[in-house]
Ligand binder design. Structure first.
Ligand code: CO
Length: 215
């Protein structure tokens, strides 16, 4: 069976399974969504957000890109974030990186990879911020693992710098921004315990006033 048929047949079997459990399943799903959280993860096929967290359709809004980056000029990410925070009013935003991330690995090297190097440069900027700490780690695997972790931390921080998040904090003290790492070697998620949920955690240069001044 070719790849495409496998996908279509997989879908049909999934529909049959769902209907067997609950014949009104899709009718209810079509009523709307009320997800509690937004997942920002890597595009890597080994880290399917809903599968590794056992969440069902409708429970988690999702954005994925190479190395789970929060790039401030990325209209795709900003649109997903604005909709999740201001329309769906999610309570949690999770940045989930993963060990053995190809994007992070590429950022540690000097190989030319083509267009993606323009994306990977944002990850290299994180390396430069943590250069002393990372280069003090002699074991290459441990340094790679730590780079994955500090990159997640920086993306949590980058989310917290946005007006979208700071305005939501001012209005309703939510969402909480979490930093996690999925370990492909064990299947387990590690909470880095770097949760941001208010402006006081930010250096003053990044704090945004809650009033918009247009003049
Ligand atoms: Co990855």
């Amino acid at each position: 069976m070719d790849v495409i048929n496998k996908l279509i047949n997989g879908n049909r079997e999934w529909v049959e399974d769902q209907l067997e459990i609950d014949k009104d399943y899709f009718q209810r799903l079509s009523q709307g969504q009320e997800p509690d959280s937004l997942w920002i993860g890597c595009a890597d096929s080994r880290v399917p957000a809903s599968e590794v967290t056992r969440t069902k359709p409708g429970e988690m809004f999702e954005h994925r890109n190479i190395a789970n980056m929060v790039v401030h000029s990325d209209m795709n990410l900003l649109s997903v974030l604005d909709y999740a925070v201001n329309a769906l009013r999610v309570k949690h935003v999770i940045v989930c990186g993963h060990y053995l991330c190809g994007g992070i690995n590429a950022a540690m090297g000097n190989r030319q990879n083509g267009l993606v190097d323009n994306w990977i440069r944002h990850i290299k900027d994180v390396y430069r911020l943590y250069e002393n700490e990372l280069e003090a780690i002699e074991d290459k695997q441990q340094r790679f693992d730590r780079f994955v972790e500090v990159n997640v931390y920086e993306q949590v921080f980058d989310l917290s710098k946005t007006s979208i998040i700071q305005n939501a904090w001012a209005e309703r003290n939510e969402p909480k921004i979490h930093g996690w790492v999925f370990d492909i070697r064990t299947g387990l998620i590690k909470d880095l315990n770097i949760t941001f949920d208010n402006q006081t955690q930010l250096p003053s240069i990044y704090k945004i006033d809650s009033e918009v001044v247009m003049k």
